[in-house]
Ligand binder design. Structure first.
Ligand code: PBG
Length: 330
């Protein structure tokens, strides 16, 4: 039962800032943000990424500095991606298993210097393969599922041994969450979380990321035999159900805004923690709109992040994390 106009005036509660604050149904705080960072070799290095204006790759010392910034801003967690030197990229991506690879050195430095900030690490072979795919190829160029999954288990254990708090498989191989969970249990790493990139779509929005990790020029073909078709929603629910059954602590939908419907359906179907990845192309689109004078950065950054919370997300991976946290703390 509801009153009618003029007894009912929905503008009444919007008439002042204090009231709008009081009636807000959704809140966005720095604790909702995960900050993705790109790592490069060297010392004292900052390399701007042309297709991601405002985002740089940092050498490990710079990553540690960003972690201190995150801590001071109230951002709980970082997501790490290495730009592996080309000479270490091979068909099999074996560098992913090296306990002294760039990723592991960054994890150790972070856990040493800023242990109170969470470290999420991506599990997939694309930063390590010479062909830019997330797994091992057969002679025809098809990405092999089960052999790749075995290597991913090794990669996950390698990251966990270095101190990763959250293992985030982004490869979309079938069965890998269960295998990783079992291996972590066997090694006694019972509190290492798994955030599964469950509904990851073969997307046109990943281009700047591939520049950042140096795989764009290498990638042969596309990733449609393992990442999802943008036409599909029921399949996303099946992916999520499988990953949860295999022991994922949380699930992710990626990209973000073009898939808000998926986020909402996952949340209402499963009532589990859901995260969104507002990916590199989404970030670049906002920055391009700002540069063109078509949008005001602060407003659209906060509005898009709020959309994820409203749709049911527990948090969002976003390259705007530090900027958004500064706005939220102001
Ligand atoms: C690697 C990976 C990708 C992203 C996160 N992990 C790229 C891809 O699948 O090609 C994309 C993130 C972004 O665009 O910001 N498996």
């Amino acid at each position: 039962m509801s009153a009618q106009y003029p007894a009912l005036r929905l503008r009444r509660t919007r008439a002042s800032a204090w009231s709008r604050r009081m009636y807000a149904e959704t809140v966005l705080t720095p604790a909702d943000l995960i900050w993705p960072l790109f790592i490069s070799e060297g010392q004292g290095i900052e390399e701007p990424i042309a297709s991601l204006p405002g985002v740089s790759r940092w050498s490990v010392d710079g990553i540690v500095a960003r972690a201190k910034e995150a801590r001071d801003l109230g951002i709980p967690c970082l997501a790490l991606f290495p730009n592996t030197p080309p000479r270490l990229r091979t068909a099999e991506g074996g560098e992913a298993l090296n306990p002294d690879n760039l990723m592991c050195r960054a994890i150790r430095a972070l856990k040493d210097a800023v242990p109170e900030v969470g470290v999420l690490t991506d599990v997939a072979l694309d930063p390590y393969t010479a062909h830019g795919h997330d797994g091992l190829l057969d002679e025809s160029g098809y990405v092999l599922n089960d052999r790749t999954a075995e290597v991913l288990v090794g990669q996950a254990l390698n990251q966990a041994a270095a101190g990763a708090d959250i293992i985030a498989p982004s490869d979309m191989m079938d069965g890998r969450v269960g295998l990783i969970r079992e291996a972590l249990e066997d090694e006694g790493r019972v509190n290492v979380q798994i955030m599964a990139y469950s509904a990851k779509y073969a997307s046109g929005f990943y281009g700047p990321f591939r520049d950042a990790v140096g795989s764009r020029g290498l990638l042969k073909g596309d990733k449609k035999t393992y990442q999802m078709d943008s036409a599909n929603a029921e399949e996303a629910l099946r992916e999520v159900a499988l990953d949860l059954a295999e022991g994922a602590d949380s699930v992710m939908v990626k990209p973000g805004l073009p898939y808000l419907d998926i986020i909402m359906r996952v949340k209402s179907e499963f009532q589990v923690p859901v995260f969104a990845y507002q990916v590199s192309g989404e970030y670049a689109m906002i920055e391009a709109a700002v540069a063109a004078g078509a949008a005001e950065r602060d407003a659209v950054v906060l509005e898009t992040l709020m959309a994820f919370k409203r749709a049911g997300c527990s948090g969002v991976l976003t390259y705007h994390a530090a900027h958004a946290a500064r706005l939220l703390n102001a």
